[in-house]
Structure formats: structure tokens, C-alpha cells
Design a protein around this ligand. Structure first.
Ligand SMILES: *Cc1c(COP(=O)(O)O)cnc(C)c1O
Length: 377
């Protein structure tokens, strides 16, 4: 059997081990140390964010981002519906109530039309959300000018879930720095990895400072252990940060390979009218984390046929994220759709397939994948 082809797996650059060795040599095995503070500085330099706090995961970063904005029990938080559950789960950690917002077909991200509908509905009852969590799906930014205009009008801050989109841009700004607070994930399958980790970035220092405080057990500045608030053990380790530093050195190579993969698929499928690759908007650069396609509803080939045909050849592919408003755990929360009688996110879930986008694979591997899929049509 051929080696398995993955959706997206860790791809080391080479210098990761150097930073890990430095940590070993200086016995910075314990949490924190120079790799953590340097990794934070290097992320700030790369993204032009003013401040950063390295954390244990993207999920913990979202949790502390919400807390930094004062989200508390019974508050409303608007949230993209088409995403991984880690975007929405932390809202419930705080006892707040998520409200799910549909996507548009252009970017697959939060629709300003659905967002406005949600504001209209709640303002009528004198309510507004404490924050809006906007996801940049599969490496592409949402259309922030349109979304920010609405959030600014009602003075509601934005958390940018840039877990999948480090290195992408929106009108010249780096993904994660467009909202009030941005978060990145360095999970194993993301564009770069620390084996597991996350980061919270902002241009407002009080947010990253407060996150750092909570992430280190809310220790007051005393010789003894003094606590006035509940804390968390959410900090990134110095070993993981060493991996991250090596990875950040090769992020531009990874993005250009991911783009090449997307373009190979686009070119490969151009004659099959039932297949459409995810639209890339011209307001910025995508990091092309995953190449994703949709298949027309009336095609005789269904997404599951493609997933099973690839699986037979030991190739991983997956449906698009199942929207949060369709998840059993979130079914009782409100959802606002973009169109009158149709949910865009539901449609993308039903018609979409995430294709292998692993930068370790060769261009001929992708031609092989394209051939397997083409044969079905
Ligand atoms: C991966 C991911 C997260 C969670 O990040 P972890 O580091 O795995 O906790 C959050 N949101 C989105 C959109 C993601 O893809």
C-alpha cells in the first residue's frame, strides 16, 4: 500500500531542533523561557501586531480573548456558524450564549447580511452582543470592511479567529490583526505547528496582558501565592515555542506551496463543470491552508463518492466543517441565515470536500489525486 496522503500534516523546516536543543542546553525545559518570548516577538514582527501572548492552544486563546472583552454569564456572543467547534465552545465555558451567523458564497465567511439581521433582531429587544467572533475559513479572511462597519456602528468588538489563516492578509493587514483581538492555532494540522499551541494578539496591550495573567494562574505580584481571580494553566511551553520559531522561518515557503496546490486543483478541474474550487477574494492574500471544492447539487457524483474513492487509495479528504447551528450540542441556539429560504453554510457543508493539501507531497501526488477524482465524472 502507498504511504498515506494527508489533508495537512506537520512539515518541519529544519531549525526547530536547533531551538529545542538550545532549550535543553540551558535547561529551559520548564514552562516559559527565551523561546516563548522570542516566538511572541517574532509573531509580532511577522504580523505587525503590537502585542502577543503565547498559549497552550487556539481554543484557550479564544477563551481568554472572550474573557478579555468582558464576556460573562448570560451575555450574547455572535459567532460564525461554518467553523470548527473550538470557535464556539469557549463562549459556553463563560456561560455566555452563542448566536450563529451564516456565511456568504464569496468568502465562505460571515455574511454582513446575516450579521445585520442578528443585530436587528436583538436590538429590537434592547439587547446586543458583547463580542462578535469571526472566522477566517480555510486560510481566507472574511470581508472585514463590511462586517466592521456594522460592529463599529453598535460599538461591539471583534475577535478574529485566525486559527487557520496565519500569513493571510486583508487589504494589506495581516490576518488576526484586523479585529480587536486575533487568535492563532499551532495545532498539528495548521499552516505551521508547535505540536500544539496558540497565540493571542492585539494592538491593545491590556488584552494580551490580562490574557497572560489569567494563563498563569492569576498570580498577583507578591512573593507568596496571592490570588484575587480564578486562573488557568494555559501558557505555551518553551519546548513547543522552539518548534514554532523554526516553523515561522518557513511559513512563506509553506504558503507558496499551498497556493501551488490550490492552482493545480483549479487547473486540473477546469473542464469539469460540476466542480468549483472555493472562491479566492481579491481583497487580500489567502494562505491556502486547505484546498476545498464544491460539487453542483445536480451532479451524479456526490461529495461522499469522492471521499470514498480517495480513501480506497489511502488518501485523506473530508467534508467541509458541519455548521454549528446543525450540531446537536448547539441546536437550541439562534441562527441567522444570509438568504431567505436557504442556509449558505449548510449548502457548503452538503456540497463541499476538503482536498489533500499537504506541503510534504509532490506535485505528481496531486496530479494522481486529480486523476482519481476526474475518473468519477
Ligand atoms: C484549529 C482551530 C481552532 C482551535 O485551535 P486549537 O489549537 O486546536 O485549540 C479554532 N478555530 C478554528 C477555526 C480552527 O480551525
Amino acid at each position: 500500500m502507498k504511504d498515506r496522503i494527508y489533508l495537512s500534516s506537520p512539515h518541519m523546516g529544519g531549525n526547530e531542533i536547533k531551538y529545542i536543543n538550545e532549550a535543553f542546553e540551558e535547561n529551559w525545559i520548564a514552562p516559559l523561557g527565551p523561546n516563548v518570548s522570542n516566538f511572541e516577538k517574532e509573531i509580532c514582527k511577522y504580523t505587525n501586531a503590537s502585542y502577543a501572548t503565547a498559549l497552550a492552544s487556539g481554543t484557550s486563546a479564544i477563551h481568554l480573548a472572550l474573557k478579555s472583552l468582558g464576556v460573562k454569564s448570560k451575555d450574547l456572543v455572535f459567532c460564525s456558524s461554518l467553523t470548527f467547534s473550538a470557535t464556539a465552545n469557549p463562549i459556553t465555558y463563560l456561560g455566555a450564549t452563542p448566536v450563529f451567523i451564516d456565511s456568504d458564497y464569496e468568502s465562505w465567511n460571515m455574511s454582513h447580511i446575516a450579521l445585520q439581521k442578528a443585530f436587528d433582531y436583538f436590538l429590537e429587544n434592547d439587547k446586543k452582543p458583547k463580542a462578535v467572533v469571526i472566522v477566517n475559513l480555510y486560510g481566507q479572511s472574511a470581508d472585514y470592511d463590511k462586517l466592521k462597519k456594522i460592529c463599529d456602528k453598535y460599538e461591539v468588538p471583534i475577535i478574529e479567529d485566525a486559527a487557520e489563516s496565519l500569513g493571510a492578509t486583508y487589504k494589506g493587514k495581516y490576518s488576526g490583526t484586523v479585529g480587536d483581538i486575533g487568535i492563532y492555532s499551532f495545532n498539528g494540522n495548521k499552516i505551521i505547528t508547535t505540536s500544539g499551541g496558540g497565540m493571542l494578539v492585539s494592538n491593545i496591550e491590556k488584552y494580551t496582558k490580562k490574557a497572560l495573567f489569567w494563563a498563569t494562574q492569576s498570580r498577583e505580584n507578591e512573593r507568596h501565592y496571592e490570588h484575587k481571580e480564578i486562573g488557568y494553566n494555559y501558557r505555551m511551553s518553551n519546548i513547543c515555542a522552539g518548534i514554532g520559531r523554526g516553523q515561522l522561518e518557513v511559513i512563506e515557503d509553506r504558503i507558496s506551496k499551498k497556493k501551488q496546490i490550490y492552482e493545480l486543483y483549479k487547473e486540473g478541474f477546469k473542464d469539469i463543470k460540476e466542480i468549483q474550487m472555493m472562491n479566492i477574494c481579491d481583497y487580500g492574500r489567502s494562505n491556502y491552508w486547505l484546498s476545498v471544492m464544491t460539487i453542483d447539487k445536480n451532479s451524479k457524483v456526490k461529495p461522499i463518492d469522492i471521499i470514498l474513492a480517495l480513501e480506497k487509495e489511502n488518501i485523506e479528504s473530508r467534508p467541509v466543517w458541519k455548521p454549528m447551528h446543525m450540531q446537536p450540542i448547539f441546536k437550541d441556539y439562534k441562527f441567522f441565515s444570509t438568504l431567505e429560504n436557504q442556509s449558505v453554510s449548510e449548502d457548503l457543508f452538503n456540497q463541499g470536500v476538503c482536498l489533500p493539501s499537504d506541503t510534504k507531497n509532490s506535485l505528481s501526488d496531486f496530479k494522481y489525486i486529480i486523476d482519481i477524482i476526474k475518473k468519477l465524472f
